[in-house]
Design a protein around this ligand. Structure first.
Ligand SMILES: [Zn+2]
Length: 84
């Protein structure tokens, strides 16, 4: 079978040195803004669910704040609750 599927094996490299994975920590963003829809969109799945920590790679504090920001954005009708 000649399937033309490109296997994108993007496994995260395991570096020995301690690296910051948290997007907001590395970019020195204190708190994610609920009005910043394109940014929040990066942490939302195709089913419009909030990405879990293992996916988002955020620290506990920022995951919590992101969660709150996404929920605020949903309430303000900036983001959908469910996929259409
Ligand atoms: Zn962080």
């Amino acid at each position: 079978m000649s399937t033309t599927t490109t296997t994108t094996n993007r496994r995260r490299e395991t570096t020995k040195s301690v690296q910051q994975h948290c997007f907001f920590c590395t970019h020195h963003i204190e708190e994610p803004d609920y009005k910043d829809v394109p940014l929040l969109g990066k942490f939302i799945s195709s089913y419009k669910k909030i990405a879990p920590r293992r996916r988002s790679g955020l620290c506990a504090m920022h995951q919590r704040k992101l969660q709150q920001a996404i929920k605020r954005a949903r309430e303000m009708a900036l983001l959908p609750y469910v996929a259409e």
